[in-house]
Design a binder for this molecule. Structure first.
Ligand code: PMV
Length: 308
């Protein structure tokens, strides 16, 4: 049996503007992960069991644009696997689906790495990343590539679309509380809606994206210097711009407010928005109070994570 695992991720700063060429910062979240086991089988066919999404199917019964089927077909094409041998593939994930934690990209990365080991077809990180980006297009339409990049390399990334991967250092570790609205929100929709706004008034939105780009650069500088407390205000500013872009929601705003009231230094939505997750920057000693306050304000789950 071969196994592979990939972490979740969160975007610290710069979501949405990153689709338009501005930088974004994202980090892996190792408390949640996708795991794949592959074993040879006596039963004919390629059987996929993914209990988290209630999937138990033979490969050929899935539409070819199903993201999991697409990973397997694309891999077989790349590695010239023919005929298809009988296999059992088990996929499990603790990453909530459609919530901004990169569940789709993590399943892709874990699955292609498990296939690569099983079929003795070594792939570099660069190859895994390029492969996963093609699958992200099925999930998201026009993805920037940030999810697959952070998850493939499992490192903090300063991401600019189309440019070689650039990691950054964390001068002093800092603590984030991640709060999940529990509302699944497909990134494709919020990205599509931002595109409509942009098409209707490019000058206005390019200016907003520039402001986000400046926040991202400042945040990277402060993180590298170990001045993490400076990130609070930058998170609040970034959230306000995301609200203008209509990608927040009453539930996200309620959690962001609750975190700030409970002592967080700053808070913002993270990822595609409309639902999914928000993040709050906290002093480690305030993490518990912020978690409590997020739960009272309706968070379905919370994760406390240390960055760096
Ligand atoms: O919702 P997530 O975490 O998968 O991230 C989406 C990030 C966007 O900037 C909104 C879209 C993208 O492709 O970068």
């Amino acid at each position: 049996m071969t196994t592979a695992s990939a972490p979740g991720k969160i975007i610290l700063f710069g979501e949405h503007a990153v689709v338009y060429g501005r930088p974004a910062l994202a980090v892996p979240v190792t408390q949640v992960h996708a795991d794949v086991d592959i074993a040879a089988s006596d039963r004919p066919g390629i059987w996929i069991h993914a209990p988290g999404i209630s999937l138990r199917s033979e490969l050929n019964s899935l539409p070819s644009d199903h993201p999991i089927a697409a990973v397997i077909h694309n891999f077989f094409f790349l590695a010239r696997v023919s005929p298809f041998p009988p296999l059992k593939i088990h996929i499990s994930s603790t990453i909530p689906v459609a919530s901004g934690l990169g569940s789709g990209a993590a399943v892709t990365v874990a699955l292609v790495r498990a296939l690569a080991v099983h079929f003795n077809f070594p792939m570099t990180d660069e190859e895994v990343n390029a492969f996963a980006y093609e699958i992200e297009k099925i999930h998201h339409g026009t993805p920037s590539g940030i999810d697959n990049t952070v998850i493939t390399y499992a490192k903090p990334v300063y991401f600019v679309r189309g440019q070689p991967i650039e990691t950054f250092t964390v001068g002093q570790p800092f603590t984030l509380v991640i709060g999940d609205t529990g509302i699944p929100a497909p990134t494709k929709e919020s990205v599509g809606d931002v595109r409509k706004l942009w098409e209707a008034d490019k000058e206005k939105w390019e200016e907003v994206f520039d402001r986000i780009g400046r926040i991202v650069k400042e945040a990277r500088k402060q993180i590298e210097r170990g001045k993490w407390k400076e990130l609070g205000g930058l998170m609040n500013d970034n959230h306000a711009l995301l609200q203008q872009m209509t990608v927040s929601s009453p539930e996200l705003d309620r959690l962001v407010e609750a975190a700030r009231k409970a002592g967080a230094l700053g808070a913002k939505l993270s990822g595609g928005g409309r639902g999914g997750n928000m993040i709050a920057l906290v002093e480690p000693s305030d993490a518990e109070a912020v978690v409590r306050s997020l739960k009272e304000a309706g968070a379905k789950s919370t994760i406390v994570t240390k960055i760096g």
